[in-house]
Design a protein around this ligand. Structure first.
Ligand SMILES: CC(C)(COP(=O)(O)OP(=O)(O)OC[C@H]1O[C@@H](n2cnc3c(N)ncnc32)[C@H](O)[C@@H]1OP(=O)(O)O)[C@@H](O)C(=O)NCCC(=O)NCCS
Length: 185
């Protein structure tokens, strides 16, 4: 694919927490510049995201946290985190989806999300999926619309940099249909 070895997908485990945090930090610094505050992206993000991912993996993640990663010979290139059955109305939450900045738009986002969705525990089979995305994040919105996401509503979200910013919610009523759409090529 890039000469860096085959792309493989797997569930992330506790040993991955630093690499997962590092990938999200790099992704936010690249994609969220101008959306989140510079002082957060330049400094505060480091401790804040590392604390979050360490506790998600080494605390008590619970059986319904699904984290899938894609990797090649260079390390992690994408991650998708789903909190299965997170909300009684909206269903499972796609909480994080990141492709390493130098590998965006090569189809890895689709594949890692499909892999994570396929790992949702059977007890949540058929449960809808949803996410919120910053209104200003036009590339991600374009991806969700390309993947058949249904726009539901505008709302404001509290961000880790202390701002409250407008976001949009998208949903997929049928997780199996989402997986088929992601894998269709
Ligand atoms: C959003 C993101 C996960 C998408 O993953 P990706 O691997 O880049 O996307 P894919 O290559 O799988 O793209 C699939 C389709 O989505 C759409 N799409 C993706 N990025 C797009 C962009 N920048 N502009 C327009 N359409 C886009 C296209 O239809 C694309 O298919 P195509 O390339 O054949 O036209 C990735 O770009 C990313 O990590 N962005 C930064 C972090 C982020 O914003 N995460 C989401 C937070 S809510």
């Amino acid at each position: 694919m890039t000469g860096d070895g085959a792309l493989t997908f797997r569930a992330a485990g506790p040993a991955d927490w630093e690499a997962v945090a590092g990938l999200q930090i790099a992704s936010w610094r690249s994609a969220y510049r101008g959306m989140l505050r510079d002082d957060y992206l330049d400094a505060g993000i480091h401790a804040e995201r590392r604390t979050l991912w360490r506790s998600r993996f080494t605390g008590e993640p619970g059986p319904d946290q699904v984290v899938a990663v894609a990797e090649d010979g260079t390390g992690l290139v994408a991650l998708a985190c789903i909190l299965a059955g997170h909300d009684p109305i909206w269903g499972s939450l796609i909480d994080n989806l990141h492709v390493r900045p130098d590998r965006k738009r090569t189809g890895i986002g689709r594949l890692v999300l499909a892999d994570a969705a396929a790992r949702i525990p059977a007890v949540h089979a058929g449960t809808p999926l949803h996410l919120t995305v910053l209104d200003a994040n036009l590339p991600a919105r374009a991806a969700y619309e390309a993947w058949g996401g249904e726009f539901c509503e505008y709302l404001d979200a509290e961000l880790p940099d202390g701002q409250s910013l407008p976001v949009r919610r998208y949903r997929w009523a049928d997780p199996d249909a989402l997986i088929r759409s992601l894998l269709r090529r």
